[in-house]
Ligand binder design. Structure first.
Ligand code: 6OD
Length: 488
């Protein structure tokens, strides 16, 4: 990848790519090698302003476009993404360093699914209505007309760039909104490609805009008077900044933020199935999924078996060139992120962790050693008091902690400021339901992890977020109701 031709990733505003300005770009770095892939055109405030203005202009007619037409466009977008599937895969792999098999099976696969699902969901959506009897003889019909929220700022992270972008853009467009998208500065390419696809399938100019840049671009965008709402996936710290940016104008936000997700493993769990699921939940995307497990609570009776099984699975992961089919595990996204994860590795040692596997930087040879690689890592010996068990690390690492009974397990799992996801592993059906329901999280899985139905509510509690997206929850966030009351 180091010899990739230099290219510019451009902004997309009012239906066209803008010309790059040599003075306002930054390098797009390949996380697998550390090499420069190309240059990204950073938007200045004038360009962000133009993006918002064009979105406001386009909103007027897009909001009035019949739902069936909007849904048909979403379906055409899904078809076109599938036609250009390998281009999206290549762009996602280059930006993130993730294994190509994962980009195909998880990331890019979800993009057409997101468009088709929200085409179906919006087409089938009904409206609530009530016949009101006031008690003094009057009757009325109450119904709500749901209107698009308006111009929505869509701010998405670098871990699952296209998946998360389309998860938000599909319902936003389906509901008749116009969007200004700010992808992470680390992963600009698939958003830029999506702009082209949406134009190809006939989305009117200005309905979908992309502006690139670092935090300052996001800050300017979210404070902009022309923005009617913000949907954001990323860190809890950035979420609080977005919240204060929109506070003076009282605009709605939808946040999916960090997690410190627990897995609870009971003594009656199916060992192989559980170990495969746990390993997937800890190491997928090199631990860089907000849903990844970083705390594994294991019943004492099977603690050693689970620890040994996880060590074996961690050791069997293949770190290597992201474009090789055999690679299971890519690098972290950046040098800065690896430095952060390594600081947690050092801290864990000071906090008394016993290292079961990993704990450092692997030697992958000259071609890859400039990349941001890290070893899949497991610890025991830590307790819930440890900072490494309380703070989100966002790397391929988990702490294994024993428990003796169900109540203790629930207490330990819920002892956190976060509340995004949990998984429960047991063959006792009633216990599975009971414990999954007791988890103070947005998503609680039993004997599985990250199994998605796009109609379900998705989001987090506590530091993990605000609001829910998915199915009807997305329709609620991306619309604003006007209730009409007609006396009969
Ligand atoms: O699957 C999804 O729809 C979703 N929002 C996943 C989020 C992953 C966060 O890293």
């Amino acid at each position: 990848m180091a010899d990739t031709v230099q290219y510019w990733v451009r902004n997309f505003v009012d239906g066209a790519y803008t010309e790059p300005n040599e003075t306002s770009g930054y390098d797009n770095i390949d996380p697998a090698t550390g090499a420069t892939l190309g240059r990204v055109h950073a938007a200045d405030t004038a360009l962000v302003d133009r993006a918002v203005t064009s979105a406001r202009r386009a909103l007027t007619s897009w909001a009035k476009t019949p739902v069936a037409e909007r849904a048909a466009l979403l379906r055409r977008a899904a078809d076109r993404i599938e036609e250009r599937f390998e281009e999206f895969v290549a762009a996602e792999v280059a930006d993130t360093g993730k294994p190509i098999t994962q980009a195909r099976l998880l990331d890019v696969r979800r993009a057409p699914q997101n468009f088709r699902s929200f085409a179906d969901i919006v087409a089938a959506a009904g409206q609530e209505s009530f016949i009101t009897e006031t008690g003094d003889g009057r009757r009325a019909l109450n119904y709500a007309v749901r209107k698009p929220l308006g111009v929505v700022a869509v701010i998405v992270p670098w871990n699952l760039p296209l998946l998360l972008l389309t998860w938000k853009v599909a319902p936003a467009l389906a509901c008749g909104n116009a969007v200004v998208v700010k992808p992470s500065e680390e992963t600009p390419s698939t958003a830029t490609l999506l702009a082209e696809v949406l134009a190809e399938v006939g989305l009117p100019a200005g309905v979908f805009n992309v502006v690139h840049g670092c935090g300052g671009v996001g800050e300017f965008l979210t404070r902009h008077a022309g923005i009617d709402g913000v949907t954001f996936t990323g860190s809890s710290a950035t979420g609080t900044r977005v919240m204060s940016a929109v506070a003076p104008r009282v605009r709605p936000v939808s946040f999916e933020l960090g997690g410190k997700n627990a897995a609870v493993v009971f003594e009656d769990a199916d060992l192989d199935e559980t170990l495969d699921g746990l390993a997937r939940s800890v190491f997928t995307n090199t631990g860089q999924v907000c849903l990844c497990t970083e705390r594994v609570y294991v019943h004492r009776d099977i603690f050693d078996e689970i620890a040994n099984g996880l060590i074996a699975r961690a050791s069997a992961l293949t770190l290597g060139r992201p474009t090789d089919d055999a690679t299971t595990t890519g690098p972290l996204i950046s040098q800065a992120h690896r430095d952060k994860v390594l600081r947690y590795f050092e801290l864990a040692e000071r906090e008394g962790a016993e290292l079961l596997v990993g704990g450092g930087v692997p030697d992958l040879g000259a071609e890859l050693n400039g990349g941001f690689w890290i070893e899949p890592t497991l610890w025991t010996g830590l307790t819930n008091d440890a900072t490494t068990v309380r703070e989100e690390i966002f790397g391929p690492v988990a702490a294994l902690i024993p428990f003796s009974d169900e109540n203790e397990a629930i207490g330990l799992a819920n002892d956190t400021d976060y509340g995004l996801a949990a998984s429960v592993w047991t063959n006792d059906l009633r216990r599975g339901h009971r414990v999954a329901q007791a988890m103070n999280v947005g998503m609680s899985w039993v004997n599985t992890w990250f199994l998605r139905d796009l109609r379900s509510p998705f989001g987090g509690m506590g530091l993990s977020g605000l609001g829910r997206e998915g199915g009807a929850s997305s329709l609620h966030f991306y619309t604003d109701p006007t209730n009409v009351c007609v006396q009969l």
